[in-house]
Ligand binder design. Structure first.
Ligand SMILES: [Zn+2]
Ligand SMILES: [Zn+2]
Length: 154
């Protein structure tokens, strides 16, 4: 029965085409999601999707080769790590003026008397000079007057 055979063949072709189209669309969606997690640039995202749209699987392979290596989340994490490493180095105290070794909780450099920390007027803990608020008691940390500091120290 050639008619039925023809029907089955066209059904099979339709199924295969539908499958390919679905696969292609899935590739496009995957690419879009992937590039969006790696780049905030709309133009980059557009070209990435265009690459896969036009070249399909070879385009995807090209995209995988060319895409930014890190996702935005990974970049963010790495920046955080680098920053915390840097601030750790800073904390491992040397006096900013005379480079004498100072401990983390020193208020003044024992060598040149440069002020290293200030004291919170609310809770009395030592604060970084650049902090504008006390992280322990949430009190506004105004730049302390020298007399106040020496008064508290004495
Ligand atoms: Zn010093
Ligand atoms: Zn405080």
């Amino acid at each position: 029965m050639p008619q039925e055979l023809g029907f089955f063949i066209s059904l099979a072709v339709a199924l295969i085409v539908a499958y390919l189209v679905a696969f292609w669309v899935a590739l496009l969606i995957w690419t879009l999601r992937d590039i969006r997690s790696r780049s905030r640039n709309i133009v980059t995202a557009f070209f990435a999707v265009l690459l896969v749209l036009v070249f399909n699987i070879p385009g995807l392979i090209l995209y995988l080769l060319l895409r930014p290596r890190e996702t935005i989340a990974e970049q963010y994490e790495r920046t955080l790590e680098e920053e915390s490493l840097l601030s750790e180095l800073e904390e491992q105290g040397a006096c900013p003026k005379c480079k004498a070794r100072v401990e983390d909780d020193f208020l003044l450099c024992p060598n040149c008397r440069t002020r290293l920390k200030k004291i919170c007027a609310g809770c009395g803990r030592s604060l970084h000079l650049r902090w504008s608020v006390c992280p322990y008691c949430a009190r506004e940390a105004s730049p302390p007057v020298a007399a106040e500091l020496t008064g508290r120290l004495g």
